[in-house]
Design a protein around this ligand. Structure first.
Ligand code: SF4
Ligand code: SF4
Ligand code: SF4
Length: 204
């Protein structure tokens, strides 16, 4: 009974996190949804299906998501929750030499991402104003380096997701089999949760 209660609380906190991420992305101007609130079998409905998902509270960005996925390139991608992001001039998930002068960031900044998939767009106009950091999912291989740096030193706004539209929905997720933190879970994805996989910033 106690175990069942604990499981239910864990699940609720995961859902809150998933919901917060989806909400944050929406409020941040991204036409993008991470996952539905219908993780419960009884309310998910007959047309719902399972998806594999990463529990953001458990993932430690070990790097295995990039290589263990049965899909190539991996179905795992990094995203940046714009509501949590501080939109700093210098971003830990973007470059590693954070003391660099702001005008040299784009030319001399040492990129955290080996694919240079973390993009930086000036949002407010001034050279030291607000900056939007986004992930180019066409380049992202799911290595987690940006999210690790952001979680270790920044605002923890970057994290990894398994994209439902890319995932092959393998019976046994290969990442779940090797994840050292038990961070891969199977959740319900309702038909009304129209996952679009769109990452463009609106109004930019
Ligand atoms: S550092 Fe890795 S996870 Fe982050 S955007 Fe680049 S390839 Fe994707
Ligand atoms: S279910 Fe398959 S395709 Fe989806 S994340 Fe796991 S290994 Fe990759
Ligand atoms: S294998 Fe697990 S801990 Fe490693 S990056 Fe993937 S979800 Fe995170």
């Amino acid at each position: 009974m106690a175990e069942q209660k604990k499981k239910s609380i864990d699940r609720r906190s995961f859902l809150l996190n998933a919901g917060r991420a989806a909400c944050g992305l929406a409020l941040g101007g991204l036409a993008y949804r991470v996952i539905s609130a219908h993780m419960d079998e009884e309310t998910a409905g007959p047309k719902s299906r399972y998806v594999w998902a990463i529990n953001p509270d458990k993932c430690t960005f070990c790097g295995k998501c990039e290589t263990a996925c049965n899909r190539t390139p991996s179905a795992v991608k990094a995203v940046n929750d714009q509501k949590k992001c501080s939109c700093c001039v210098v971003c830990y998930g973007h470059i590693s030499n954070k003391q660099i002068p702001s005008e040299k960031i784009m030319s001399d900044g040492e990129r955290v991402c080996p694919e240079d998939a973390v993009t930086r767009v000036n949002y407010s106009g001034g050279k030291d104003g607000y900056f939007i950091y986004d992930i180019d999912d066409n380049k992202c291989t799911g290595c987690g380096k940006c999210a690790k740096a952001c979680n270790d030193k920044g605002t923890k706004s970057m994290f990894l997701i398994i994209r439902p539209d890319l995932c092959l929905n393998c019976n046994g997720c290969n990442i779940a089999a090797v994840c050292p933190d038990g961070a891969i879970e199977r959740l319900y994805y309702g038909p009304e949760d129209n996952f679009r996989g769109i990452y463009e910033l609106e109004g930019m």
